[in-house]
Design a protein around this ligand. Structure first.
Ligand code: VLP
Length: 134
């Protein structure tokens, strides 16, 4: 059975989000608000086609992509830097490389038990988030 990330997921832990945001150049005032948030992710997966909507009381971010097809990402409402993004499967992990101004930028999603994990990377910072089904 292939892995299926579909569902509605609530953030339950967020390790080093501050470091990740600093690496992205997010300003102090925005970081102060952002680190209080408990974002929700709605993921719709149809084979290799993904819809990932991250919502919060402050800002939302919608990402749609097909695994293996590079796309332009605008990161609107996040750091607003454009990059070229490519998502691939590494076994059952979904790995995104975001090529642009920031070195070593990307993220990885995987399922572990009943939890959804997300590792966010930028430069030398790694943020680890865990989500539980809503
Ligand atoms: C910017 C950095 C907080 C902080 C300011 C705004 C959207 C994988 C991937 C799909 C992400 C989430 C990015 C979070 C970076 C915040 C607004 C928080 C709510 O998810 O699921 O895009 O990259």
């Amino acid at each position: 059975m292939p892995v299926d990330f579909s569902g509605t997921w609530n953030l339950v832990s967020n390790d080093n989000f501050e470091g990740y945001m600093v690496a992205l150049g997010i300003d102090f005032a925005t970081r102060k608000i952002a680190k209080m948030l408990k974002p929700q992710k709605v993921i719709k997966q149809d084979g290799d086609s993904f819809y990932i909507h991250t919502t919060s009381t402050f800002r939302d971010y919608l990402l749609e992509f097909k695994v293996g097809e590079e796309f332009e990402e605008d990161n609107k409402g996040l750091d607003n830097r454009k990059c070229k993004s490519l998502v691939t499967w590494e076994n059952d992990k979904l790995v995104c490389v975001q090529t642009g101004e920031k070195k070593n930028r990307g993220w990885t999603h995987w399922l572990e038990g009943d939890d959804l994990h997300l590792e966010l990377r930028c430069e030398n910072q790694v943020c680890r988030q865990v989500f539980k089904r809503a």
